[in-house]
Design a protein around this ligand. Structure first.
Ligand code: ADP
Ligand code: MG
Length: 251
């Protein structure tokens, strides 16, 4: 049997911001193709973890290591990590007036191609590719011509993040509360497109409270964070127990 390939390994990670310790000895290991859900009370450090994985400069790693495919990226800058295949889907995607969505997507796509030593794509071929992808997530092609996220509803912004993720074919995607602010139809579209995207080789970390999304996505692991570290790990049934009994009764 082949040994699974470890994409991300986090060892004893301690992170502080403004001298306050937020992550306190967090460990996590993710293999190629796995989906990990992270749950936990508000303020337990979930978003901090997502930002630290993507290299947000505000957070200070004071101890421990982050390895991406065995390479130490603990102190690598965010661009480098993005080029190596890490994607962070934002809880509140930013609006960028004046930059059309399709131009932004093509720029991001080509910059990844360049890193992978592959040919850039011409505007016409990209137009065909992105139109195919946008159909998969049930989003109108009209969104491609609009300014990036400007005036998009919460759900449309989230769909646009998923569009980016699937175009970039990122190896490790971290989705922080991608479900917040979605109606049931948008949630199903998002869940379906995540499932489609994941069919291949991509690993995912999903931060969510939402039982329904967890059921759709069917993750390999569910982890519960509390006070800056992962306190419990299990499978999907852990999420069901949390739903029934609450965090306090299980920790
Ligand atoms: P979660 O996503 O699990 O709700 P966060 O990672 O957002 O938790 O926050 C964890 C803790 O870190 C909270 O107490 C929060 O106030 C603190 N924190 C996070 N980011 C900052 C920041 N930029 N400045 C000050 N405190 C922060
Ligand atoms: Mg959060």
């Amino acid at each position: 049997m082949c040994k699974s390939e470890e994409i991300l390994r986090i060892d004893n990670l301690h992170v502080s911001i403004k001298n306050e310790c937020i992550l306190k000895g967090l460990n996590l290991s993710i293999n190629k193709g796995e989906i990990h859900v992270i749950m936990g009370k508000n303020g337990s450090g979930k978003s901090t973890l997502a930002k630290v994985i993507s290299g947000h400069p505000l957070y200070n790693v004071t101890h421990g290591k982050i390895l991406l495919k065995n390479e130490d990226i603990t102190h690598a800058d965010p661009d480098y990590r993005a080029h190596q295949g890490i994607f962070l889907g934002f809880q509140y995607p930013v609006e960028v007036p004046g930059v059309s969505n399709i131009d932004f997507l093509r720029m991001a796509y080509n910059s990844r191609k360049k890193i992978l030593n592959e040919d850039e794509i011409d505007p016409l071929s990209f137009f065909e590719l992105v139109n195919q992808k946008i159909k998969n997530i049930n989003m109108s092609p009209l969104f491609l011509e609009r300014s990036l996220n400007e005036g998009f509803s919460g759900g449309e912004k989230k769909k646009n993040e998923i569009l980016q993720m699937s175009l970039l074919d990122t190896e490790l995607s971290v989705l922080d509360e991608i479900d917040s602010g979605l109606d049931v139809d948008a949630l199903r579209d998002i869940a379906d497109s995540i499932k489609n995207f994941h069919k291949s080789h991509n690993s995912l970390i999903m931060i969510t409270h939402y039982q329904k999304l967890i059921e759709y996505i069917n993750p390999d692991y569910v982890h519960i964070m509390d006070n800056g570290s992962i306190k419990l790990s299990g499978n999907k049934s852990l999420a069901i127990q949390i739903d029934q009994y609450g965090y306090e009764n299980l920790m």
